[in-house]
Design a protein around this ligand. Structure first.
Ligand code: UD1
Ligand code: UDP
Length: 382
């Protein structure tokens, strides 16, 4: 069976490592995987860095679409992916998550009757102003196999009308929904030891055995609104100096660009001269795992990083009004604070050094990728 996997943005490249590993280690006789990189992310530290360190096969195709408005970017992807699908004639197309690359892949394949396999299906923020929410809803409703990492994801899909009838062969009109665990939990377990052996970032930053906070910010809602971006950086400055704790901030290129546009010269100066804010370029996945494992606390608007904070048992402030990963909030490990300075301060007081938090297993057994490969074979192979 031939599958085409679409990747494009940083988190998808990282996610794809789990499926590529399962194909290589268990299914190489039965599954051929062709990787198409849309080129949505293209900087060395947003894309190339991940392939060697995570042992991901080099993409067979790179569409090099680069950055652009939603419509222009998605349109270029759609045209490029369709052309490859018509030439390669795969049995199925695999897409991850909720980016423009995800929706372009789903739409290109479903229109020409190639079954779509959506990994990370069912997640909802219930905030349709998010481009990601639009992408996920569209992609789920174009998919034939939907793999949800959480029970909540399955519930969300049921509410949108997905019904199971095991007597009927699956197709786009009779899609099948699974609760299979999170492939990023697979990856975090698998690469944790590799990171211990290979990452030297903590020593390089002179943070060995020292307390520090990890922060990432990149959501368009936060970066593109001067008020929100200002509130977030003011809160980080205050938390750093009040707690006398360094905050390490691997800076997403979008945020780097928008800080210059949306922050005052005075605030930029304070950030630059702060003894506590350590801005560094985006880091590799092995390095981010080292940061997550060694940090005392995480402040982020990233979907991936908030969940990895949970995997590595770190409390977390989520710089959004809501999250798709509602389980970690319900269990008390993370608090959604939006870009509200008061909420951020209160949540920090509540969670920092809180010894009463528990981290139950909410994200599977680390074998989600194998399960997904097996079900692709079971359901789509004629
Ligand atoms: C995208 C996804 C978002 C995901 C994030 C992961 C969509 C709609 N958004 O957001 O869901 O959480 O990726 O990181 O698909 N840029 C560079 N170099 C790069 C990539 C981007 O400089 O390699 C800059 C460009 O100025 C670009 C901006 O970042 O315009 C935004 O990139 P884009 O891919 O459009 O969206 P993200 O904010 O990265
Ligand atoms: N990540 C990384 N280097 C960084 C920051 C994040 O490798 O400097 C990883 C992170 O561990 C997670 C993924 O990138 O697995 C999350 O990507 P991002 O925050 O860009 O997007 P989101 O998950 O919000 O879609």
């Amino acid at each position: 069976m031939k599958i085409i996997t679409i990747i494009g943005a940083r988190p998808q490249i990282i996610k794809s490592a789990a499926i590529s590993r399962a194909v290589r280690e268990k299914y190489s006789d039965e599954l051929e995987e062709i990787i198409v990189h849309t080129g949505q992310h293209y900087d060395e530290n947003m894309s190339a860095v991940f392939f060697d360190e995570l042992n991901i096969p080099r993409p067979h195709y790179n569409l090099n679409v680069g950055s652009g408005s939603h419509g222009a970017q998605t349109a270029k992807m759609l045209a490029g992916i369709e052309k490859i699908l018509l030439e390669e004639k795969p049995d199925a197309l695999v897409v991850y998550g909720d980016t423009n690359s995800t929706v372009a892949g789903g739409l290109a394949a479903s229109k020409i009757y190639i079954p779509v396999v959506h990994i990370e299906a069912g997640l909802r923020s219930f905030n349709k102003r998010m481009p990601e929410e639009q992408n996920r809803i569209l992609c789920d409703h174009l998919s034939t196999l939907l793999f949800s990492p959480t029970k909540q994801g399955v519930e969300n899909l049921k509410r949108e009308g997905f019904r199971q009838d095991d007597a009927i062969k699956v197709d786009i009109d009779h899609p099948k929904v699974y609760h299979c665990g999170d492939i990023m939990y697979d990856n975090s377990l698998y690469f944790s030891k590799v990171s211990d052996d290979k990452s030297s970032l903590i020593q390089e930053l002179d943070l060995t055995d020292k307390p520090f906070i990890l922060s990432t910010v990149h959501r368009n809602d936060n970066t593109d609104d001067p008020k929100r971006l200002t509130a977030i950086f003011e809160a980080l400055l205050e938390i750093g100096s009040k707690s006398q704790t360094p905050i390490v901030l691997p800076l997403h290129p979008r945020t780097k660009k928008m800080m210059d546009v949306n922050l005052s010269v005075e605030l930029l100066g304070k950030i630059k001269n702060s003894a506590f804010i350590k801005i560094i370029p985006p880091v590799s996945f092995l390095d981010v795992i080292a940061l997550e494992k060694n940090a005392d606390f995480v402040i982020t608007d990233s979907g991936g990083v908030q969940k990895e904070a949970f995997f590595f048992q770190k409390p977390c402030i989520i710089l959004r009004p809501e999250t798709e990963w509602i389980e970690i909030v319900k269990n008390g490990n993370a608090i959604c604070c939006d870009a509200d300075k008061n909420k951020i301060h209160r949540a920090f007081e509540q969670l920092y050094k809180n010894q009463n938090l528990t981290y139950p297993n909410l994200f599977g057994d680390g074998k989600a990728a194998e399960f997904i490969c097996q079900e692709i074979l079971n359901q789509i192979r004629c």
